[in-house]
Design a protein around this ligand. Structure first.
Ligand code: A3P
Length: 342
């Protein structure tokens, strides 16, 4: 398939920023023009595309991905709700899957010089983020590792239906996800936008209006699939990893068909992976202190507190009541529950 070429022709609704429209094809602008839109968190607008909220450049990348991506049985996808432990799970997955080639205690381990988002690239930013050309996968080693925030139903058909690739999913209690998102988005928002206030952001979050939201649909899509096809989708929670990362890491390795051997266990490989990927260690790596993710933001913003329950420092009792109601209403039926405090 020939690479797609895009031209700047007209503005979306006459109001979206130039930055939002850069590199959008005319077809994409026409499509986006027709979608419902709401105020964004870090860009002027979010658009409702295939039932979830996202930005114009993401819609274009996701559409190209849906039209072109061919999954291989050996592929691994790290799928996440934003601000739910993506960076951590990518690091753990990379270190575990590649432990035969990249010894965990090596001074040259890739995690010491690359951010996990460079090692496990996002489908919708890195892999399909170049609007001039389709990706060249010849540089990818197998198993190929990818990251995505795209909801399950909007993954490419070859991932959902025709391949035996694996999907590892992580989400987090919505209270912490909200605070983490709010702080993060205000740090990386477009300079021209005012700071998004806590009350307004909270209202948007509870109404599902956040990137890749509503969060409950995101969780339910992967949850349902993990119940129906447990060999295809492993459903993890941030809080479980915090409580017992050793147990969760073994589960992950087994799911990815690379279980730890008794010998590895006794040699401390599991503990070494946990240590290498720990918040405290990763935060201090030079690449995570001074590096940047694409044009967009500094890696250091990916490492804030890494705790369960920081929301208690921000949310009023009525906010807690409101979000608890949303969680109860949207998620209780499927039995999905979260630990929200230590
Ligand atoms: P806080 O903002 O609550 O501190 P994501 O990687 O999906 O963007 O999620 C970011 C959240 O994960 C942030 O939470 C961040 O501090 C935390 N985090 C990043 N790396 C981590 C790690 N290695 N272990 C535990 N938490 C981590």
């Amino acid at each position: 398939m020939a690479p797609t070429k895009f031209a700047k022709i007209h503005t979306i609704n006459g109001e979206a920023s130039n930055e939002e429209q850069d590199n959008l094809s005319q077809d994409m602008k026409d499509l986006i023009f027709s979608l419902p839109r709401e105020k964004g968190w870090r860009t002027p607008y979010l658009y409702l595309f295939q039932g979830f909220w996202c930005q114009p450049a993401e819609i274009q990348a996701i559409s190209t991905f849906q039209n072109h991506f061919q999954a291989k049985d050996s592929d691994v996808f790290v799928a996440t709700v934003p601000k739910s432990g993506t960076t951590w799970l990518k690091a753990l997955t990379f270190a575990t899957v590649n432990r035969q080639h990249h010894f965990i205690s090596s001074k040259n381990h890739p995690l010491l010089s690359f951010n996990p988002h460079d090692l496990v690239p996002f489908i919708e930013y890195t892999v399909y983020g170049n609007h001039e050309n389709l990706p060249n996968f010849s540089n990818f080693h197998e198993p190929r590792l990818f990251g995505t925030h795209v909801p399950f139903d909007s993954l490419s058909n070859s991932i959902k239906d025709s391949s035996n690739c694996k999907i590892v999913y992580i989400c987090r209690n919505p209270f912490d996800t909200f605070i983490s998102s709010w702080v993060f988005c205000n740090k990386i928002k477009q300079d021209s936008l005012p700071t998004l206030g806590l009350d307004e952001a909270f209202e948007m979050f509870c109404n599902g209006k956040i990137g890749y939201g509503p969060f409950w649909n995101h969780m339910l899509g992967y949850w349902k699939e993990s119940q129906e096809r447990p060999k295809r989708v492993l459903f993890l929670k941030y809080e479980d990893l915090k409580d017992d990362v050793n147990f969760e890491l073994k589960k992950l390795a087994k799911f990815l068909n690379c279980p730890f051997t008794l010998e590895e266990e006794s040699e401390g490989v599991i503990e070494n992976i946990i240590k290498l990927c720990s918040f405290e260690k990763m935060k201090e790596f030079e690449i995570n202190k001074i590096g940047k993710f694409g044009r967009n933001f500094e890696n250091k913003y990916l490492f804030r507190k890494g705790e369960i329950g920081d929301w208690t420092n921000y949310l009023s009792p009525s906010m807690v009541e409101n979000l608890s109601k949303v969680i109860e209403e949207k998620l209780s039926e499927c039995g999905l529950k979260f630990k929200a405090k230590n």
